[in-house]
Design a protein around this ligand. Structure first.
Ligand code: B12
Ligand code: SF4
Length: 562
């Protein structure tokens, strides 16, 4: 074999979530606290995600590869001086300026290295002329990088075993991460007009796991090697591949071994598979694109879907639902936008994501706005994130107004529905009660899991009662607490001790938020993944045509703090 290339894959540099020459304060590195529970104060869910795509690529190359995640500029410069043959930078649209800066740094400090750009930011029009590079990957990265290195892109996919989230805190209480990420594929065929991920992957789905059996085997390995039994499934529309999901349930039924999954799926697929199937599959969390009250007519996937009924049914089966809704669309003016928020509140999922309409490159929405001259070319890419000012002209909202409406929508949801955390506690209880008399082994296992979860949450309910942000929430929390008492009896002395501990941590967190501030930066991760020939042994169809792929398993990564 020729000399093995030395590869560095990196995410963009921090700090994140601050206004500086490269980024904006709205772009914090936290999913829920950024765009879901952002206005829920102490009850906001706090956690971060590593840059999963980079670890996946690294695990699949015939090369020693280093993944540098969340570096500072200084740490990045230090690393690129280490004599890499290829340096790959992953970026999304709002991180355009960071990627541009990093590319310039590579040319300055590592002129011998081949510079590769990847990720959603590469969809920016004329990016080829705007950022220094040698290669650019506008789509799926594993097959791209393999081809670039002259490898067989058809080898099986190896999947790293790594946590789905890091730095988890709830009400100031550090929480151990119990779930692993599971990347079953990228892209979605539905091609909703605004959807970046569908359009970026050419409105096609690329499966990394061709069958339910392969997924099940991965789960078993993740449990064997690192004790994971819960998985955050990175797949835009997991249930869309019906056969694969059914095979997974079959495997679990046959073996008597079940796992828990958090998934993203469209309403059409949930309806088609049914809530009973979703329960047996072990889904405990579902991200559902409700989009809006005109959803039925605007989106094929939501045709005929009655969201209030669907969400109520899911919640009563113990599925925590995050419903996302788009604000500041063409139909919205200063009156009708309230109807949209009313719609979201009436549906009443556990979590609501409000996002401003945002025409991102490659989407149908972007193309149509571009043709119609509606894009505001003067807004820098750092602002293209959907939390602050619009980057298109809206007949009824100025950019500043759109931000206020967005913030108020989040606040109204918190005021009227109570905190998402409380709703999640309630949903878990619903699910536990609903499966108490179940005989199906998967549902029996679900019941045990939900019971364990509820017992963990039980003392937390008292903390919510103590720190409730309004009287409505306090009454709601007391009512849920009473139902917990009825189901599980009074708090044990251990739970009472946990309550007091949690109360102190929550009080400290409240003070910390009010004084020091509320921004959490991710730490820098440096992961060195050594090549081993074990990954080359089997042959398989291309990852671009991967259905039925014989999956052979892969290597896990070893992460360490820089
Ligand atoms: C996890 C996640 C996050 C995490 C951050 C993770 C991280 N470490 O950066 C959090 C929650 C913090 C986050 C925040 C934001 N995010 Co985000 N996020 C995602 C999410 C849900 C998953 C990403 C993922 O792991 N996918 C799975 C992997 C396998 O796919 P992938 O990343 O696309 O990688 C593949 C290819 O793109 C390619 N590739 C990627 N990088 C590279 C690099 C090289 C060198 C090569 C060759 C190939 C390559 O190969 C990979 C394998 O095929 C995606 C949606 C999605 N489903 O992808 C949105 C997404 C990436 N986020 C998006 C946005 C807009 C944001 C925010 C601005 C949100 C907001 N509105 O406030 C912030 C910005 C934060 C910041 N400062 O950077 C957009 C990007 C849109 C765009 N066109 O740029 C997406 C697509 C969601 C969407 N709107 O559809 N996000
Ligand atoms: S169903 Fe979801 S993932 Fe698929 S195109 Fe529509 S918004 Fe995107």
């Amino acid at each position: 074999m020729q000399d093995m290339p030395k590869i560095l894959l990196t995410s963009v540099f921090g700090p994140f979530g601050v206004d500086d020459a490269y980024g904006r304060k709205e772009n914090i590195m936290e999913l829920f606290h950024n765009q879901v529970t952002r206005e829920q104060g102490l009850f906001s869910l706090r956690f971060q995600h590593q840059s999963f795509g980079l670890y996946l690529i690294a695990d699949n190359l015939q090369a020693d590869t280093t993944v540098l995640d969340f570096p500072s500029q200084k740490r990045f410069i230090q690393e690129i001086k280490k004599g890499y043959d290829y340096i790959g930078i992953s970026f999304i649209t709002p991180n355009f300026t960071k990627a541009k800066r990093m590319a310039a740094l590579v040319r300055e400090h590592a002129p011998e290295a081949k510079l590769v750009l990847g990720g959603h930011g590469t969809a920016i029009p004329d990016v080829e002329d705007l950022i220094e590079h040698d290669h650019i990957c506008q789509g799926e990265g594993v097959s791209f990088f393999r081809k670039l290195l002259g490898e067989n892109p058809c080898r099986p996919i190896s999947h790293p075993i790594m946590p789905s989230s890091i730095n988890q805190h709830i009400m100031g209480i550090p929480m151990p991460n119990r779930s692993a990420v599971l990347m079953t594929g990228v892209g979605c065929v539905n091609a909703c007009r605004f959807c970046s991920t569908s359009h970026f992957f050419n409105r096609e789905y690329t499966a990394f796991f061709g069958s339910g059996k392969q997924i099940f085997e991965f789960c078993q390995r993740a449990e064997r090697e690192k004790g994971y039994t819960e998985f955050f499934v990175m797949d835009e529309n997991f249930l869309k591949n019906r056969q694969r999901a059914e095979e997974l349930v079959d495997e679990m039924e046959k073996s008597g071994k079940s796992y828990r999954f958090a998934i993203f799926s469209s309403a059409e697929t949930v309806r088609e598979m049914g809530v009973d199937f979703v329960s047996r599959l072990g889904v405990t969390f579902l991200w559902l694109g409700m989009e809006g009250r005109r959803s039925e007519s605007d989106y094929e996937k939501n045709r005929g879907v009655k969201f209030p009924e669907l969400v109520a049914e899911l919640r009563s089966a113990g599925v925590v639902v995050l419903g996302s809704v788009i604000l500041v669309t063409e139909q919205h003016d200063k009156q009708t936008i309230h109807d949209e928020i009313d719609f979201a509140l009436d549906v009443g999922p556990d979590f609501i994501q409000f996002m401003q309409l945002g025409p991102l490159p490659t989407t149908k929405l972007y193309k149509s706005y571009k043709i119609r001259g509606l894009l505001r070319e003067d807004v820098p890419y750092e602002e293209w994130h959907g939390q602050h000012q619009l980057w298109f002209r809206h007949p009824h909202f100025t950019p500043e107004e759109s931000e206020v409406y967005l913030r108020n929508a989040f606040r109204r949801a918190w005021d009227e529905l109570g905190s998402s955390l409380l709703r999640l506690f309630e949903t878990s209880l619903f699910g536990y009660l609903a499966t108490r008399d179940a005989t199906n082994p998967l549902l029996v296992a679900r019941n045990e899991y939900l019971k364990e979860s509820c017992l963990k949450y039980y003392p937390g309910l008292k903390v919510i009662i103590r720190f409730a942000h309004n009287e409505k929430e306090r009454l709601y929390a007391k009512e849920v607490f009473a139902r917990y008492e009825e189901a599980f009896g009074p708090l044990t002395s251990v739970s009472k001790a946990l309550y007091w501990g949690a109360l102190i941590l929550a009080a400290v967190e409240k003070i910390r938020m009010a004084t020091i501030g509320n921004l959490r930066q991710p730490r820098t991760f440096v992961t060195r993944i050594a090549y081993t020939s074990a990954r080359d042994e089997a042959t398989a169809p291309s990852v671009l045509d991967i259905e039925g792929l014989p999956w052979t398993g892969g290597l896990s990564t070893k992460s360490g703090e820089a």
